[in-house]
Design a protein around this ligand. Structure first.
Ligand code: HBI
Ligand code: FE
Length: 297
């Protein structure tokens, strides 16, 4: 997280000379008319390969959300058109931001059912990995799930929970819940494991790795367990946490986290690849991919 925040400061370009955003909520105009042919072409490349890959991999709700949205291969979507459809369905909007925004600003948007989406698109040489959320990650990865009423309410609750967690000094714990659900969550469907996390759904390589590679652990989601688990922002996850259905997230949104933060406080934390007593394992990972990497010079 710290590393991500430092990134914000470097992005003076989107802010004024003093690094201060023009609007206090950090929103900007998407400036849809200003995208060039090359930027639309990058979107198309990403869109087409991901759209081929996801049927049978993304959960049914994701695929349905995608079908119902004005999103296609030819152009980067116009946030105004997305918001029109989204607003009618779940009361959400998509607003443009320059990239990562401060936590408080991010939570305030979510708590008000506004999804802040990066307005820029990655460069053609960064197709497979970038750290900052761009329009492909934010729109392709997150917005289809926001068409689902359950996820729509869960992410709003996360925004409200984020503001509370910040006051309690527990943002680290909450961020892990977000990470292992909204960003990297897997769902047990009757016909097998599926992706619902946006970080996976917007990544070609991780969409395959998370479901098919024997290396990572796949562990039944447990709130306290996840609050105690570190995550990696620079590579595939070593463990994925699996929910049984999306309604589990809504139950989670109704839980008062304050006493749980207290319980978790001072207890041992877990490394991303660690398996611990009490884990309900869906698949124990071989760790192979990560071991190989650690041996690289
Ligand atoms: N800003 N644009 C954007 N997108 C994010 O996902 C995001 C952010 N700022 C803070 C943040 N995420 C996280 O640090 C919180 O979820 C904890
Ligand atoms: Fe994201």
């Amino acid at each position: 997280m710290q590393r991500q925040l430092n990134e914000i400061e470097k992005h003076g370009a989107a802010t004024g000379d003093a690094g201060v955003p023009a609007r206090t909520d950090w929103t900007i105009e998407q400036g849809w008319e200003n995208y060039g042919a090359e930027e639309h072409a990058t979107w198309k490349t990403l869109f087409e390969r991901q759209t081929k890959l996801l049927p049978g991999r993304a959960c049914d709700e994701f695929l349905q959300g995608m079908r119902d949205l004005p999103i296609g291969a030819e152009q980067i979507p116009d946030f105004r058109r997305l918001s029109d459809v989204l607003m009618k369905r779940t009361g959400w909007q998509v607003v443009a931001v320059p990239g990562l925004v401060p936590d408080e600003v991010f939570f305030e948007h979510l708590a008000n059912r506004r999804f802040p989406a990066g307005h820029f698109i990655r460069k053609p040489q960064q197709l497979d990995y970038l750290e900052e959320p761009d329009v492909f990650h934010d729109v392709f990865g997150h917005v289809p799930m926001l068409m689902n009423p359950t996820i729509a309410d869960y992410i709003q609750a996360y925004g409200e929970g984020g503001l509370r967690a910040q006051r309690l000094g527990k943002l680290g714990n909450l961020a892990r819940v977000y990470w292992y659900t909204v960003e990297f969550g897997l769902l047990q469907q009757s016909d097998g494991l599926r992706i619902y996390g946006a970080g996976i759904a917007s990544s070609y390589t991780e969409s395959v790795f998370a479901l098919d590679d024997p290396s990572p652990n796949r562990i039944r989601f447990d709130l306290e367990r996840v609050m105690r688990t570190h995550y990696r922002i620079d590579d595939f996850q070593e463990s994925y946490f699996v929910i049984g259905n999306l309604d589990e997230l809504l139950e989670l949104a109704q839980v008062d986290f304050a006493p749980i933060y207290e319980r978790v406080h001072g207890q041992p934390e877990y490394q991303p690849g660690q398996i611990v007593d009490g884990d309900r394992l869906i698949a124990r990972g071989t760790g192979r991919y990560f071991d190989d990497k650690r041996q690289e010079p």
